[in-house]
Design a protein around this ligand. Structure first.
Ligand code: PLP
Length: 234
Protein backbone atom coordinates (compact mmCIF):
# COMPACT_ATOMS: atom_id res chain seq x y z
CA UNK A 1 0.00 0.00 0.00
CA UNK A 2 1.29 3.50 -0.75
CA UNK A 3 2.37 5.59 2.20
CA UNK A 4 -0.15 8.32 1.36
CA UNK A 5 -2.99 5.80 1.29
CA UNK A 6 -1.83 4.34 4.62
CA UNK A 7 -1.60 7.84 6.18
CA UNK A 8 -5.09 8.72 4.94
CA UNK A 9 -6.47 5.55 6.53
CA UNK A 10 -4.70 6.30 9.81
CA UNK A 11 -6.05 9.86 9.86
CA UNK A 12 -9.56 8.70 9.04
CA UNK A 13 -9.33 6.35 12.04
CA UNK A 14 -8.02 9.17 14.27
CA UNK A 15 -10.91 11.40 13.17
CA UNK A 16 -13.53 8.71 13.79
CA UNK A 17 -12.07 7.97 17.24
CA UNK A 18 -12.02 11.67 18.20
CA UNK A 19 -15.61 12.11 17.00
CA UNK A 20 -16.74 9.15 19.11
CA UNK A 21 -14.76 10.17 22.21
CA UNK A 22 -16.14 13.68 22.06
CA UNK A 23 -19.72 12.49 21.55
CA UNK A 24 -20.22 14.17 18.21
CA UNK A 25 -22.38 12.85 15.35
CA UNK A 26 -20.68 10.46 12.90
CA UNK A 27 -19.21 12.02 9.74
CA UNK A 28 -19.33 15.54 11.21
CA UNK A 29 -15.68 16.28 10.36
CA UNK A 30 -14.32 16.64 6.83
CA UNK A 31 -10.64 16.07 6.02
CA UNK A 32 -9.00 18.74 3.87
CA UNK A 33 -5.72 17.38 2.49
CA UNK A 34 -3.19 20.22 2.43
CA UNK A 35 -0.97 19.53 -0.56
CA UNK A 36 1.19 22.67 -0.58
CA UNK A 37 4.81 21.99 -1.67
CA UNK A 38 3.85 18.49 -2.88
CA UNK A 39 3.50 17.74 -6.57
CA UNK A 40 0.49 16.69 -8.61
CA UNK A 41 1.58 13.04 -8.37
CA UNK A 42 1.08 13.16 -4.59
CA UNK A 43 -2.40 14.64 -5.07
CA UNK A 44 -3.26 11.94 -7.62
CA UNK A 45 -2.11 9.29 -5.16
CA UNK A 46 -4.44 10.71 -2.53
CA UNK A 47 -7.26 10.86 -5.09
CA UNK A 48 -6.70 7.19 -5.89
CA UNK A 49 -7.15 6.52 -2.17
CA UNK A 50 -10.50 8.33 -2.18
CA UNK A 51 -9.55 11.87 -1.06
CA UNK A 52 -11.55 14.64 -2.80
CA UNK A 53 -10.83 17.97 -1.03
CA UNK A 54 -7.40 19.62 -1.26
CA UNK A 55 -5.99 22.81 0.24
CA UNK A 56 -3.35 25.07 -1.31
CA UNK A 57 -1.54 28.07 0.20
CA UNK A 58 0.46 29.51 -2.67
CA UNK A 59 -1.54 30.76 -5.61
CA UNK A 60 0.73 30.01 -8.57
CA UNK A 61 1.70 26.61 -7.22
CA UNK A 62 -1.96 25.82 -6.61
CA UNK A 63 -3.09 26.91 -10.09
CA UNK A 64 -0.38 24.86 -11.79
CA UNK A 65 -1.27 21.83 -9.70
CA UNK A 66 -5.00 22.11 -10.34
CA UNK A 67 -4.33 22.16 -14.09
CA UNK A 68 -1.95 19.19 -14.06
CA UNK A 69 -4.20 17.15 -11.77
CA UNK A 70 -7.18 17.82 -14.07
CA UNK A 71 -5.09 16.78 -17.06
CA UNK A 72 -4.20 13.66 -15.07
CA UNK A 73 -7.86 12.72 -15.26
CA UNK A 74 -9.04 13.48 -11.72
CA UNK A 75 -12.56 14.92 -11.79
CA UNK A 76 -14.88 16.30 -9.12
CA UNK A 77 -12.15 17.52 -6.81
CA UNK A 78 -12.79 20.41 -4.45
CA UNK A 79 -9.96 22.95 -4.14
CA UNK A 80 -9.69 25.19 -1.08
CA UNK A 81 -7.48 28.26 -0.94
CA UNK A 82 -5.98 28.51 2.56
CA UNK A 83 -3.10 30.97 2.15
CA UNK A 84 -2.66 34.72 2.52
CA UNK A 85 -4.48 36.70 -0.22
CA UNK A 86 -3.04 39.73 -2.00
CA UNK A 87 -5.75 42.03 -3.31
CA UNK A 88 -4.34 42.02 -6.86
CA UNK A 89 -4.48 38.20 -6.96
CA UNK A 90 -8.14 37.62 -6.16
CA UNK A 91 -9.36 36.89 -9.70
CA UNK A 92 -7.66 33.51 -10.23
CA UNK A 93 -8.75 32.48 -6.74
CA UNK A 94 -12.36 33.36 -7.57
CA UNK A 95 -12.06 31.46 -10.86
CA UNK A 96 -10.35 28.24 -9.78
CA UNK A 97 -11.23 27.48 -6.17
CA UNK A 98 -14.45 26.30 -4.51
CA UNK A 99 -13.60 27.55 -1.03
CA UNK A 100 -11.46 30.30 0.53
CA UNK A 101 -10.60 29.96 4.24
CA UNK A 102 -8.49 33.08 4.69
CA UNK A 103 -10.71 36.12 4.15
CA UNK A 104 -9.85 38.82 6.67
CA UNK A 105 -10.80 42.07 4.90
CA UNK A 106 -14.00 43.38 3.32
CA UNK A 107 -12.16 44.61 0.23
CA UNK A 108 -10.88 41.10 -0.55
CA UNK A 109 -14.37 39.65 -0.08
CA UNK A 110 -15.87 42.27 -2.43
CA UNK A 111 -13.33 41.49 -5.12
CA UNK A 112 -13.87 37.73 -4.78
CA UNK A 113 -17.61 38.24 -5.13
CA UNK A 114 -17.27 40.53 -8.16
CA UNK A 115 -14.79 38.20 -9.83
CA UNK A 116 -16.61 34.92 -9.20
CA UNK A 117 -17.57 33.72 -12.70
CA UNK A 118 -21.28 33.52 -13.46
CA UNK A 119 -22.25 29.89 -13.82
CA UNK A 120 -20.11 28.70 -10.94
CA UNK A 121 -21.60 28.02 -7.50
CA UNK A 122 -21.02 30.82 -4.99
CA UNK A 123 -17.53 30.81 -3.50
CA UNK A 124 -17.63 29.23 -0.03
CA UNK A 125 -16.00 31.51 2.53
CA UNK A 126 -14.47 31.26 5.98
CA UNK A 127 -13.19 34.31 7.82
CA UNK A 128 -9.74 33.88 9.33
CA UNK A 129 -9.74 34.94 12.98
CA UNK A 130 -6.67 35.87 15.00
CA UNK A 131 -7.21 33.99 18.25
CA UNK A 132 -3.58 34.20 19.35
CA UNK A 133 -3.27 37.99 19.64
CA UNK A 134 0.22 39.39 19.22
CA UNK A 135 1.63 35.99 18.30
CA UNK A 136 -0.04 36.08 14.88
CA UNK A 137 -0.29 38.80 12.26
CA UNK A 138 -2.98 37.03 10.25
CA UNK A 139 -6.69 37.15 10.79
CA UNK A 140 -9.31 39.59 11.92
CA UNK A 141 -9.48 40.39 15.65
CA UNK A 142 -12.27 38.51 17.47
CA UNK A 143 -14.08 41.75 18.33
CA UNK A 144 -14.14 42.75 14.65
CA UNK A 145 -15.44 39.46 13.26
CA UNK A 146 -19.16 40.23 13.59
CA UNK A 147 -18.98 43.43 11.54
CA UNK A 148 -17.01 41.74 8.77
CA UNK A 149 -19.22 38.63 8.84
CA UNK A 150 -22.43 40.58 8.25
CA UNK A 151 -20.85 42.44 5.32
CA UNK A 152 -19.48 39.28 3.72
CA UNK A 153 -22.79 37.45 4.20
CA UNK A 154 -24.51 40.12 2.11
CA UNK A 155 -22.25 39.76 -0.95
CA UNK A 156 -24.03 38.09 -3.88
CA UNK A 157 -21.52 35.53 -5.14
CA UNK A 158 -20.16 34.36 -1.82
CA UNK A 159 -21.62 32.03 0.81
CA UNK A 160 -20.27 32.71 4.27
CA UNK A 161 -19.80 29.27 5.85
CA UNK A 162 -17.85 29.94 9.02
CA UNK A 163 -14.54 30.69 10.68
CA UNK A 164 -10.96 29.50 10.40
CA UNK A 165 -7.95 29.92 12.68
CA UNK A 166 -4.33 28.89 12.98
CA UNK A 167 -3.53 29.10 16.69
CA UNK A 168 -0.06 29.53 18.06
CA UNK A 169 1.50 26.05 18.26
CA UNK A 170 0.95 24.40 21.65
CA UNK A 171 2.15 20.99 22.83
CA UNK A 172 -0.38 20.28 25.58
CA UNK A 173 -3.78 18.94 24.56
CA UNK A 174 -5.62 21.22 27.02
CA UNK A 175 -3.72 24.26 25.76
CA UNK A 176 -4.61 23.34 22.17
CA UNK A 177 -8.25 22.97 23.16
CA UNK A 178 -8.30 26.35 24.89
CA UNK A 179 -7.31 28.14 21.68
CA UNK A 180 -9.90 26.29 19.60
CA UNK A 181 -12.53 27.00 22.26
CA UNK A 182 -11.94 30.72 21.70
CA UNK A 183 -12.73 30.34 17.99
CA UNK A 184 -15.76 28.26 18.78
CA UNK A 185 -17.07 30.94 21.16
CA UNK A 186 -16.84 33.59 18.41
CA UNK A 187 -18.61 31.19 16.03
CA UNK A 188 -21.43 30.44 18.49
CA UNK A 189 -21.92 34.16 19.05
CA UNK A 190 -22.31 34.78 15.31
CA UNK A 191 -24.84 31.97 15.07
CA UNK A 192 -26.75 33.42 17.98
CA UNK A 193 -26.74 36.72 16.04
CA UNK A 194 -28.58 34.94 13.23
CA UNK A 195 -25.84 34.06 10.75
CA UNK A 196 -26.38 30.60 9.24
CA UNK A 197 -22.86 29.23 9.71
CA UNK A 198 -21.93 25.55 9.66
CA UNK A 199 -18.14 25.47 9.37
CA UNK A 200 -15.28 25.63 11.87
CA UNK A 201 -12.03 25.16 9.94
CA UNK A 202 -9.48 24.35 12.62
CA UNK A 203 -6.91 21.70 13.47
CA UNK A 204 -3.80 20.58 11.60
CA UNK A 205 -1.54 17.50 11.82
CA UNK A 206 -0.34 18.25 15.35
CA UNK A 207 -3.60 19.37 16.94
CA UNK A 208 -6.52 17.90 14.96
CA UNK A 209 -7.75 15.82 17.92
CA UNK A 210 -8.09 18.87 20.16
CA UNK A 211 -9.83 20.75 17.34
CA UNK A 212 -12.36 17.95 16.87
CA UNK A 213 -13.09 17.98 20.61
CA UNK A 214 -13.92 21.69 20.25
CA UNK A 215 -16.21 21.27 17.27
CA UNK A 216 -14.03 21.46 14.15
CA UNK A 217 -16.00 20.55 11.02
CA UNK A 218 -12.98 20.76 8.69
CA UNK A 219 -9.48 19.74 9.74
CA UNK A 220 -6.68 20.88 7.45
CA UNK A 221 -3.97 18.22 7.43
CA UNK A 222 -0.76 18.30 5.42
CA UNK A 223 2.37 16.64 6.77
CA UNK A 224 0.53 13.75 8.43
CA UNK A 225 -0.68 12.77 4.95
CA UNK A 226 2.14 13.77 2.60
CA UNK A 227 5.21 13.82 4.88
CA UNK A 228 7.58 16.61 5.87
CA UNK A 229 7.64 19.69 3.66
CA UNK A 230 10.76 21.13 2.03
CA UNK A 231 9.94 24.71 1.20
CA UNK A 232 13.02 25.54 -0.84
CA UNK A 233 13.01 22.49 -3.09
CA UNK A 234 11.47 24.18 -6.13
C1 PLP B 1 0.29 24.09 5.94
C2 PLP B 1 -1.05 24.37 6.49
C3 PLP B 1 -1.81 23.35 7.08
C4 PLP B 1 -1.32 21.92 7.27
O1 PLP B 1 -0.34 21.88 8.25
P1 PLP B 1 0.27 20.47 8.74
O2 PLP B 1 0.91 20.82 10.02
O3 PLP B 1 1.23 20.05 7.69
O4 PLP B 1 -0.85 19.53 8.88
C5 PLP B 1 -3.08 23.67 7.52
N1 PLP B 1 -3.58 24.92 7.41
C6 PLP B 1 -2.87 25.92 6.86
C7 PLP B 1 -3.48 27.27 6.75
C8 PLP B 1 -1.59 25.68 6.40
O5 PLP B 1 -0.90 26.69 5.89
Amino acid sequence: MSLIRQNLQDIAATIVAAIQESGRPPASVQLLAVSKTFGPEAVLEAVAAGQRAFGENYLQEGLDKIRVVQEGGAADLEWHFIGPIQSNKTRPIAEHFAWVHTVEREKIAQRLSEQRPAGLAPLQICLQVNISGEASKSGVAPEEVAGLAHKVASLPNLTLRGLMAIPEPAVEFEQQRAAFARLRAVYEQLRADGLALDTLSMGMSADMRAAIFEGATIVRVGSAIFGARHYNKA
